[in-house]
Design a protein around this ligand. Structure first.
Ligand code: OAD
Length: 256
């Protein structure tokens, strides 16, 4: 358990580490958006989305095929919720780091809304701001203010349109994964924010970075599973990211 004194101490060490690092990157998860009012998936207080909904019903091709109406309604309710919330100080602090690669598992578009340069954002699990056809892959941008109900693709007139998020059992987008992995091979510091690090392959990026010599700094209220060689800033990212990053200019490696 971090006392306030301890937290100040770790914060100072983490700032020093970042200030002296050549190459850094950030890997984020649902906790980054928690202070915007978006539920996480697995929360300690059993209020996570996957405590209350069955992921295989709502986040798999099989679940969608069984009941596309239910799945589309669930995603559209999330879209409506997103249009009612704002990026929080954690998103904003990361967006200010114009040369930092931000690898996120989040599909909520709050990083982009906070002003993160699209070139510096890797969305490993896709985005809720797009649908694509289950059959032909045709894409359509979705305005979260006005989500579209379940419908057949207007290009092929055959498949249902589905949210462009990565579901269980699906591959991550190739380019996103390769950029994330290549970056993590070349880091001095990886900042890991608001993720339970329990979903692979995304969580494996932390091992990739550590095994290639990077130090890992975690920001999370819960540190149960954090290896002791890593640094842990115990608390909320909306509070700690601005304190950690203030006055620092971080850079990520250029990878092809
Ligand atoms: P989880 O819900 O698994 O984990 C959220 C993490 O955020 C937990 O470790 C919390 O302790 C932490 N947390 C909560 N509030 C926080 C705060 N204010 N500041 C910082 N951290 C906080 O979410 P992810 O790790 O993102 O996949 O889950 C990974 C993937 O599982 C998601 O991308 C999603 C889900 O199935 C897909 O939808 C494909």
């Amino acid at each position: 358990m971090n006392t306030d004194h301890n937290l100040e101490h770790v914060l100072t060490s983490a700032r020093e580490l970042l200030a002296n690092a050549r190459y850094c990157a950030c890997l984020s998860g649902a906790g980054l958006s928690a202070e915007s009012g978006i539920a996480t998936f697995r929360d300690a207080d059993s209020d996570g989305l996957w405590d209350n909904f069955n992921p295989m019903e709502l986040a798999s091709v099989e679940g969608f095929t069984r009941n596309p109406e239910r799945v589309m309604k669930w995603y559209n309710a999330r879209r409506t919720k997103l249009s009612e919330v704002q990026p929080n100080p954690g998103h904003l602090a990361l967006a200010e780091q114009k040369n930092l690669l931000h690898i996120t598992q989040n599909v909520d578009n709050l990083c982009a809304r906070a002003g993160t340069d699209p070139e510096q954002l890797v969305q490993l699990h896709g985005t809720i701001t797009e649908d694509h056809c289950l059959e032909c892959g045709a894409r359509e941008a979705i305005d979260t203010d006005k989500p579209k109900p379940l419908r057949i693709c207007s290009q092929c007139n055959s498949g249902y349109m589905r949210p462009s998020v990565v579901w269980f059992g699906e591959m991550l987008p190739d380019a996103a994964w390769h950029r994330a992995e290549a970056t993590c091979l070349a880091l001095d510091v990886l900042l890991v924010v608001g993720t339970s690090a329990s979903v692979y392959p995304a969580a494996g990026l932390i091992d990739v970075a550590r095994n290639h010599g990077a130090r890992v700094i975690h920001i999370n209220p819960d540190g149960e599973d954090i290896p002791h060689e890593d640094m842990w800033l115990q608390g909320k990212s909306g509070d700690l990211l601005p304190k950690l990053l203030q006055g620092l200019t971080l850079s990520s490696p250029e990878v092809v």
